[in-house]
Design a protein around this ligand. Structure first.
Ligand code: APR
Length: 181
C-alpha cells in the first residue's frame, strides 16, 4: 500500500505570493472579482484572469472552478464560493465544507501536489473564524486520506489571530498531518 503523506501547515501572509500549484480564491458567485482576497488575487494575476472568469458563467455557493494563475506564482487559481454567514441555520457549515471538498477534488483531478487556502467566508461573509477553522481542517484531513498526489495543504492566514488559531488546531494532540493511503 503506497504511503501518501499530506502535510498540513499554517502560514501567516499574503496568498498571492505563494508558489504552490494552486491558490484558492474566496470568490463570489459572479466570479468577477471583488474585495478582500478576491481583489488581491485578481490584481496579482492580471487582466487575463477576469477575462477567463467572464466565460465561466458564475459559480454557486459551495462550488469551485479552476483557472490558470497567469501572473501569479501559483499555476492555478481555484475559485470557491463560500456561504454568507446568516446565523448558522442555513447550512452554512455544510456549504463551507463543500468549498474545501470541491477545491480538493479539482486539485486531485489536476494531479496537483500543493494547494493553499485562505480562510474562506471569514471576512466579508462574516463566518465566525473559530467555527470555520475546524471545518476547514477537518474537511481537508478527511478528503486527503488516501489521495495519491497532494503532498501539501497550506492554510494561508492573513491575520495573526487566524494564524494562531490554525497553528493551535493543527498542533492539537492526535492532529497528525501524516496520512497513509
Ligand atoms: N491573502 C490571504 N488571505 C487574505 C488576503 C490575502 N491577500 N486578503 C484577505 N484575506 C483573508 C481575510 O483576512 C479573511 O480571513 O481572506 C479571508 C476571507 O475574507 P474575504 O476575502 O473577505 O472573503 P469572504 O469572507 O469569503 O467574502 C467573499 O468578499 O471580496 C469579496 O468578492 C468577494 O464577494 C466576495 C466576498
Amino acid at each position: 500500500m503506497s504511503e501518501t503523506t499530506t502535510r498540513l501547515r499554517a502560514v501567516h501572509g499574503d496568498i498571492t505570493t505563494l508558489a504552490v500549484d494552486a491558490i484558492v480564491n474566496a470568490a463570489n458567485s459572479s466570479l468577477l472579482g471583488g474585495g478582500g482576497v478576491d481583489g488581491a488575487i485578481h490584481r496579482a494575476a492580471g487582466p487575463e484572469l477576469i477575462a477567463v472568469c467572464r466565460g465561466l458563467g458564475g459559480c454557486e455557493s459551495g462550488e469551485a472552478r479552476i483557472t490558470p494563475g497567469f501572473r501569479l506564482p501559483a499555476r492555478f487559481v481555484i475559485h470557491a464560493v463560500g456561504p454568507i454567514w446568516r446565523g448558522g441555520v442555513h447550512a452554512e457549515q455544510e456549504l463551507l465544507a463543500s468549498c474545501y471538498r470541491r477545491s480538493l477534488q479539482l486539485a486531485f483531478e489536476y494531479g496537483l501536489r500543493s494547494i493553499a487556502f485562505p480562510a474562506i467566508s471569514t471576512g466579508v461573509y462574516a463566518f465566525p473564524r473559530e467555527r470555520a477553522a475546524p471545518i476547514a481542517i477537518g474537511t481537508v484531513r478527511s478528503c486527503c486520506a488516501g489521495n495519491p498526489t497532494l503532498r501539501e495543504v497550506v492554510f494561508c492566514c492573513f491575520s495573526r489571530d487566524d494564524f494562531a488559531l490554525y497553528r493551535s488546531l493543527l498542533s492539537a494532540p492526535g492532529a497528525s498531518s501524516t496520512l497513509s493511503s
